[in-house]
Design a protein around this ligand. Sequence first.
Ligand SMILES: Cc1ncc(COP(=O)(O)O)c(C=O)c1O
Length: 443
Amino acid sequence: MDSEEVQSVVALNPWEFTQKQFMRKPWERASAASAFATMAGFVKMRALMETPAHALEQIAPRFNVDAVETPAFVVDLGLLRSNLEKLAMVQRESGAKVLLALKGFAMFATFPLVRQHLSGCCASGLHEALLAHEEFGREVHVYAPAFKAAEMKRIIPIAGHISFNSLSQWRAHRPVLEAAKALGHAPSPGLRVNPEYSEVAVALYDPCSPGCRLGARAATLEGEDLMGLEGLHFHALCEQDADVLERTLAAVERRFPRLLEQVQWVNMGGGHHITRNGYDVERLVRVVRDFKRRRGKEVYLEPGEAVALNTGYLVASVLDIVGTETTPTAILDISATCHMPDTLEMPYRPHIIGSALPRVHPHTYRLGGLSCLAGDVVNEYSFPRPLEVGQKLVFTDMAHYTMVKTSTFNGVPHPDLDVFDPDTGELRVVRRIGYEAFKRKLS
Ligand SMILES: Cc1ncc(COP(=O)(O)O)c(C=O)c1O
C-alpha cells in the first residue's frame, strides 16, 4: 500500500473501506488493513469495520422472531438446502465427493437433510468420527494432528479413510491398521502434506504459516519409504475461491510428485467458499475435472463453512442498557466469547439485521455479552430507533463455527438449538442445553 493509496483510504468512510477491502485479493488485504490500522485515529475504527461482505447477503428471518425464546441459534432448513443443492451440483459436475467438515457445522438434527446431498463427513478425531458414524452414516474420513493408540482402535472399525499428519504418526499406527486389514477392514491411509503455499491473510487461520505443525513438508519426505500410503490430503484455504485452489494444487503437484503418483485419492481439504455469491463454481469444476483426467485419482473436498454459510441466525434479547463515559452499552443474553468466539479471534464484526455502522443511524450502542470478560463486546452498531429492554436482535451467518465452538464460561446459558422449516412454517427447539450440561462438564 503506497502513501497515495493510504491517502485515498483516509478519505473513505469505514463502509467504503470495508467494501474496498473485500474487493482486494486476500493477500493484499492484510497489508492494506494493517497500514490503515496504524494511522492515527483509525486504530479503533478498524476493529469496528470488518463485517465480511457475505454476512450481509443473508436474508432476513422468515420465522417469527418474537416467537423465539432467546438466546437461540436458528437454522433455516430451506437456506441449508440451497447450499446443499449447490454442493451436490459440484459433486455431479466435477466428479469430486463432497464431505461435511464437522468441525465447522455438526448440528446433527439437520443430518437427515445433509446426507441426502453430501457423500459423508470428515472428522477431526475420535469424537467427531463417532458422531459421523452414529448420526450421518455415509463415508467417514478422519484427520488429526496426532492419534493415541486407544483412539485408533475405536476409529479403525468406523472410518473409511484416515489421514496422518506426519510419517512418524503413519509409522506408529501402521501395524495396527495392517492387522485390521488382514482381518477384513481398515481405513485407507493417507498423509496430510503441507504445500508451503497459501494465500490466507490471517496467521491464526493459515495452515501454511512458517513453522506451522499441520501437514508433512516435502523436505521431510525426501528419501523416505512412502509405500502403503494410499491418499494425499492437503488443507490450505480459508474462505477462498477456486483460483486459490488452482494455485495451491499446482504447488502440491510441484512439491509432492512421488506421493501423488502412488496414491488413489486426493483430499483437497476445506476453505472452499463454494456457496458464497460470486464463487467461481465453473472454475472449481474445471480444476477438479482436469486434475482427475490428468491423474486418475478419486478427489474429495471437505468444506465446513460453505455447507452452512448464511443459513443460521443467533437471536438475542436486550436485557439492560447501561450508560458509560462513551457509547451506551446494551447488555444481551448472549456472549461473544461463549457463543461466537470467532468474532473476537479473527476478529470480525458480525452483522445484525436492521443495524448499520456506528452513527449511520441516530442511535449507536456497544453490544455487551454476559460473561465477566471486559472484552466480551460484540462491537458498536447504530439503529434507527432506540433499543429497548426485551427487544430481540438477530445476528446473521451464525450456523458455522458457532455451535461447535461454544463454551459455558461463567455459566452463561447456552443458546437453544432451533430449526425453522420454511415449507411447513414450523419453528422447533431441537435442543435446550441447561444447567445439568454445564454442571456435568465440571465434575
Ligand atoms: C483439515 C480441514 N479440513 C476441512 C476444514 C474445513 O474448512 P472450512 O470450514 O473453512 O471449509 C478445516 C478447517 O479448519 C480443516 O482444518
